[in-house]
Design a protein around this ligand. Sequence first.
Ligand SMILES: [Zn+2]
Ligand SMILES: [Zn+2]
Ligand SMILES: [Zn+2]
Ligand SMILES: [Zn+2]
Length: 137
Amino acid sequence: MGNGKDASIPPKEENTRLKKLVCCSKCQVNYKSALFRPCCHLNMCIICAFGLKYCPECNSTIEEIFKVILTPLIQTIVSDNARLKSELYCGKCKVEPSNVLFFPCQHHLLCLDCAKDLEVCCSCSAEIRRTKQTFRS
Ligand SMILES: [Zn+2]
Ligand SMILES: [Zn+2]
Ligand SMILES: [Zn+2]
Ligand SMILES: [Zn+2]
């Protein structure tokens, strides 16, 4: 056992925090995958969001729900913590939270800054015709 007396967040708490950011606010099991339009909140999974009329976050009327495809899981990531982090943070700079949705492929992998000059999706190489900023709470 090491004498880990540093001020870092205990892995378990860190895990809970990450889970909250990445997982659906309702079922807390599935990843957030339903993007509400026009408010662009990304807080629920597509299953829990099904049939929803108003965004639970801001109460705006939901006109459309986009399915968001999150970071493909990297097989080398073993711990739950690392896995959650990979879903939350930008796949390029790994500092900013991922908050851009690509159209039409609907991958959600990068932060606004890293996606700025991108012409093709870094995951599936599809042409990026449009991007949309998303908001996780
Ligand atoms: Zn859910
Ligand atoms: Zn909203
Ligand atoms: Zn980035
Ligand atoms: Zn893509």
